[in-house]
Design a protein. Structure first.
Length: 146
């Protein structure tokens, strides 16, 4: 009896392992949000290859990286966008979101977020995200203790 149970458990573990491997190696269907993001990321990579100096493309790709929690890639894209177009307000807003949501939660990272949200507000005080940026600044300053 005990041998049968062990055999059944081994069989179930093998099935679960194979099912997990199948999920890992199976391509994500393009109809799912993750599949659409992967396709869009590929499209953005191709567009950037054709237009290396288009800052808005870097912002768009950075947003996708941020949604995928790819912090370093998102930061590199936002930094590149700001380097190419220092007056592009959305790049500062998006980089501020990245810093505000960074996993380390350090005071330095919060301060960087505040600086980016302030720069965003300087460049685009009437933008649709202005009130939200102002609120983020208040929350981050409170978290810093002042």
């Amino acid at each position: 009896m005990c041998g049968r149970i062990v055999g059944l458990i081994a069989l179930l573990l093998a099935i679960v392992l194979l099912a997990g491997i199948a999920l890992i190696v199976a391509p994500t269907p393009p109809s799912t949000p993750l599949g659409q993001a992967a396709r869009t990321l590929d499209e953005l990579d191709a567009a950037i290859a054709d237009a290396l100096d288009d800052a808005t493309l870097y912002v768009e790709r950075g947003k996708l990286h941020l949604l995928a929690y790819e912090w370093d890639r998102a930061l590199a894209d936002f930094d590149r966008a700001i380097e190419l177009a220092p007056q592009l307000a959305e790049a500062y807003y998006q980089r501020g979101l990245l810093y505000a949501s960074a996993p380390d939660g350090s005071d330095e990272t919060r301060s960087l977020a505040i600086a980016d949200f302030r720069r965003f507000l300087e460049l685009a005080p009437d933008d649709a995200h202005a009130a939200r940026a102002d609120e983020y600044i208040r929350q981050l300053e409170a978290a810093l203790g002042g």
